[in-house]
Design a protein around this ligand. Structure first.
Ligand code: XLS
Ligand code: MG
Length: 411
């Protein structure tokens, strides 16, 4: 049985009114209604932007008061603060970008705001600081060298990290990539993979090792582009670049960020494989829901049902992961897919890892190699069989579905 993941949710999701660019809110529920629903749904943590809680120009006294009230409310409902993030996108001063804006006065404003958040998040006990640069980029005017823009962004993030380290805060800093929206052209050319490469380039050396990570939002920020989250997730896990949490929700492919309730608009098989990959890699992070009820949900009861659905959906995926891991048909399929390499191939890989003897090892391999025709004769039907079994497990039809495999090597 995979160890169940713990849950968190963005406070902004709890108070989301369901507005879209063509219509205002359809529900006006205070934060407490959502917080109340969290515990019952099995959510232990909540996260905030600075601007969810106080106005950008609020005085320190007012901020301290809000923090005290928010913490009291969270504690009352058995919740802890998990992430904190600076809203560098709503204030109109950030219309040209924030940490990456071509205008130094705007970059100053962004640094002041983001460093202030470092202090306030510590006051609230947050563990990670998310950097989502929604306004970093361009609206199509190419007003800035895009490499310079990305450098300015990463240098701004670095200032914030250095500030936090000097103050003695032990945050993990995460970059949440999204390729567009609200800015029409986002700074990150891709999603998690480009963010990971930017982090490696801009944060070399031991000082930042393991501190700056990628927090993806699946499937939304990847499926928006028509890409697949499972393919990206493997890279982040393999390279140790995945944050201790992921954002999760639902998305219709190739649309603006939908932040739908989990499962709506997406593929159950893909979600199952996200959950499976996290579990099979032993990732013990937190699943943070960054999504909200759809616009037709107007009541507190609807919001509470949504919260229960979020956690129930992930638990359902975890149950299916368990079915997948223990399924006798999958086991046979996996045995065919996870074959051990022959000794000649192993020798080549070892030589390459050791950085010596590759020519000799490839020579030995080449001499024992029969022909490309022979290589083409191996059976690969198992790949499609795997997909069929996955669909059956996702649909909960594994018992009835087993019949399909009668007479195959995987029965
Ligand atoms: C927007 C992002 C945002 C971040 C936090 O698309 O998901 O909500 O998670 O600023
Ligand atoms: Mg998010």
């Amino acid at each position: 049985m995979p160890k169940p993941h713990a849950f968190s949710i963005g406070g902004w999701c709890l108070v989301s009114g369901g507005s879209d660019p063509f219509g205002g809110p359809t529900r006006k529920l205070g934060l407490e209604v959502g917080l109340e629903g969290c515990k019952a749904a099995g959510i232990d943590y909540v996260s905030f932007h600075d601007r969810d809680l106080w106005d950008d120009d609020a005085a320190q006294g007012a901020i301290d008061k809000t923090i005290a009230e928010t913490m009291k409310l969270a504690t009352k409902h058995g919740l802890k603060v998990y992430n904190f993030t600076t809203n560098l996108f709503s204030n109109s001063c950030f219309r040209s970008g924030a940490l990456s804006s071509p205008f130094p006065k705007v970059r100053e404003a962004a640094i002041v705001k983001a460093c202030r958040s470092m202090d306030l998040a510590a006051q609230m006990g947050a563990k990670n600081m998310i950097f989502w640069g929604g306004r970093e980029g361009s609206d199509g005017a190419y007003e800035q060298d895009t490499g310079l823009g990305l450098r300015r962004y990463m240098e701004g993030v670095k200032v914030c990290i250095d500030y936090a380290l000097e103050k003695g805060y032990d945050y993990k800093v995460t970059i949440e990539p999204k390729v567009y929206e609200p800015r029409l052209l986002g700074l990150f050319a891709g999603t998690g993979s480009s963010a990971a490469s930017a982090i490696r380039h801009h944060f070399p050396g031991p000082k930042y090792a393991g501190r700056v990570l990628v927090n993806p939002e699946y499937p939304q920020h990847v499926a928006m582009l028509g890409l697949d989250p499972v393919m990206e997730l493997g890279q982040l896990l393999e390279e140790g670049m995945l944050a201790p949490f992921v954002h999760f929700g639902g998305q219709i492919t190739a649309r603006m960020d939908c932040d739908l309730p989990p499962g709506i608009g997406g593929s159950l098989v893909t979600d199952l494989m996200i959950c499976h990959l996290l579990h099979s890699r032993g990732w013990q992070g937190i699943v943070e829901f960054d999504c909200h009820p759809i616009r037709t949900t107007t009541s507190g009861a609807g919001l509470k049902l949504f919260l229960k659905h979020c956690t129930a959906y992930w638990r359902m995926l975890e149950k299916k992961v368990e079915v997948y891991q223990n399924d006798p048909i999958v086991r046979k399929i996996r045995a065919a897919l996870d074959q051990k390499a022959g000794s000649e191939l192993e020798a080549v890989m070892r030589a390459s890892q050791q950085g010596a003897g590759v020519v000799g090892a490839v020579g030995t391999l080449t001499r024992s190699f029969k022909s490309f025709e022979a290589a083409s004769e191996i059976g690969t039907d198992v790949i499609e069989a795997h997909a069929y079994r996955l669909i059956q497990i996702a649909a909960g039809m594994q018992e009835e579905g087993a019949l399909l495999f009668a007479g195959t090597p995987w029965a």
